[in-house]
Write a protein that binds this ligand. Sequence first.
Ligand SMILES: [Zn+2]
Length: 106
Amino acid sequence: MHMGWPPVRRRLRAEALDRMAHMVRLAVAAGVGAAGQRYAGVARRMSTRHRLRMPYEMRMMFCKKCKTFIPPGSGSRVRLGSRPRAVRVTCRRCGHIYRKVLGPRR
Ligand SMILES: [Zn+2]
């Protein structure tokens, strides 16, 4: 198509976010092997290139420290703590622990 780019950047971003989510789904389906890391890498580059902030569910699949794709279960250990109510994600590769404190129960 040579009709030019849509003028609305927001739509491009929404589409990029869609593709990024799709890549993450492919990565999750592929697992922690080479294919999964490749899909995850594409998703991460898209987030950088389009300056898209990954939603939390996607972000928690990447280790903050070693940047590896760590899907819950095979790549990371996810534990729920009670006091304070928090999710603890442990990277199985480098052992980095990422804690996200959840708000008080409503
Ligand atoms: Zn790590």
